[in-house]
Design a protein around this ligand. Structure first.
Ligand SMILES: NC(=O)c1ccc[n+]([C@@H]2O[C@H](COP(=O)([O-])OP(=O)(O)OC[C@H]3O[C@@H](n4cnc5c(N)ncnc54)[C@H](OP(=O)(O)O)[C@@H]3O)[C@@H](O)[C@H]2O)c1
Length: 371
């Protein structure tokens, strides 16, 4: 007796792959699943959502990939950059022995990205902390920045890159940025060419910019054919729409957005008194058993922004790594945070307010007032 066959029969002379190899259908199924995942980006970067925010969570952050269990974000080059870093600028505890000790502590707690710059004048201490941490250099991500205030030509920039490496006592950087576009278009293009050369020479694994707007990024990219892999900008839930649009555009073009002032800037410098958080942030902190800072960092991560909060306090360094508790904000909650009524003067009054930020975000080659 012949059993009925449910396999479509191949035409004579042709063999069905599925029919010929018993495991082929499973391989085929696996290939289809893989293709769908690649196409629709489980962890990809173009997930759409229907809300009023220009930002569209949540995509490029991959949880638990690195050995330190810090989430990562994919760069254009394919490198996985830790999405939570340690900022080393500006505050009193970002210099000298204080930053040496706190960087060591951050690494001990599992943090893996250090954000520094020529302008911060703490390369020596950070280099020493990295060396003495016992963590292999290959597991630590170091970002630094050339300072357009000090460096204004291609050759001066190449010399500066070597100085940065010497100060940090390392043979390479993981990410090198132009700190600001404040020199204007042509000199900045020269600096960008220097960064491209530094990458070609193996002095940095990836290159990017900071405080650039879209027009400025497009200008350096069209002059050299090379897009920055990241742009480090001031971004938080109450940033102007222009900056959020920039982050969205960057996301669509695989330019990682590294957000600073994720916690609301100098207003939250707890050394100057207690931070004052908007009620919705405090309400969510209570709901999730988290701190307000963790709620704001989560807002950023769920919007595919990398964060680099800085702190001189062990408690804050620990909580900023989001080691616990584990939670995700809902989409409504992400929007509730953005829609919070933030009191006027939220920002450091010394740096100006929304109008200034709007201009920066939209006009190319605006002379920067800070950086
Ligand atoms: N590319 C650029 O132009 C640029 C500009 C500015 C900053 N940055 C980078 O971005 C980093 C972050 O800058 P930022 O302006 O966000 O902050 P920041 O200058 O690093 O300072 C953050 C302040 O928030 C406080 N803080 C940190 N964690 C906290 C927590 N969990 N709860 C309450 N308070 C907390 C800290 O005080 P405690 O010490 O008391 O914790 C600190 O004084 C900088 O360190 C720097 O690396 C880059």
């Amino acid at each position: 007796m012949t059993l009925p066959s449910y396999e479509p029969r191949p035409p004579p002379g042709k063999k069905s792959l599925v029919g010929s190899y018993p495991y082929a259908r499973w391989i085929l199924l696996a290939l289809i699943v893989y293709s769908v995942v690649r196409l629709y980006g489980v962890g990809g970067s173009n997930t759409k959502r229907g809300n009023n925010s220009p930002l569209e969570p949540s995509n490029g952050i991959h949880n638990g990939l690195s050995k330190s269990s810090v989430p990562t974000i994919s760069l254009l080059s394919g490198l996985e950059m830790p999405a939570i870093g340690y900022g080393t600028c500006c505050r009193a505890s970002a210099r000298g022995d204080a930053i040496y000790k706190s960087t060591g502590l951050y690494l001990k707690l599992g943090g893996r990205l250090i954000d520094t710059a020529m302008a911060y004048r703490n390369h020596d201490e950070i280099g020493r902390a990295v060396k003495e941490s016992g963590v292999p250099r290959s597991e630590i991500w170091i970002t630094s920045k050339v300072a357009p205030g000090k460096v204004s030509s291609y050759h001066a920039c190449l010399v500066a890159v070597d100085e940065i490496l010497t100060e940090l006592d390392t043979t390479y950087l993981d990410l090198l940025l132009i700190h600001t576009p404040k020199l204007g278009k042509d000199p900045t293009i020269e600096l960008w060419k220097c960064l491209i050369e530094a990458k070609r020479l193996g002095k940095t694994k990836s290159i990017g910019v900071s405080n650039f707007n879209r027009g400025e990024i497009e200008d350096i990219a069209s002059a050299t054919g090379e897009l920055p892999e990241a742009n480090e900008i001031q971004l938080h839930p109450w940033s102007s729409t222009s900056w959020k649009e920039l982050a969205k555009w960057q996301n669509e073009n695989t330019i990682a957005t590294i957000a600073y002032t994720s916690l609301g800037g100098s207003r939250f410098d707890s050394s100057g008194g207690s931070p004052s958080w908007p009620p919705v942030v405090s309400k969510l902190a209570k709901k999730y058993g988290a701190t307000e800072a963790q709620i704001l960092l989560k807002w950023a991560l769920q919007n595919d922004l990398a964060v680099i909060p800085g702190s001189g306090s062990k408690k804050h360094i620990k909580e900023n790594l989001l080691l616990s508790p584990a939670f995700d904000l809902t989409r409504d909650e992400l929007l509730d945070i953005e829609n919070a009524q933030v009191p006027h003067g939220w920002w450091d009054p010394k740096r100006g307010h929304q109008k200034y930020l709007e201009e920066e975000a939209s006009l190319p080659w605006v002379k920067r007032k800070n950086g």
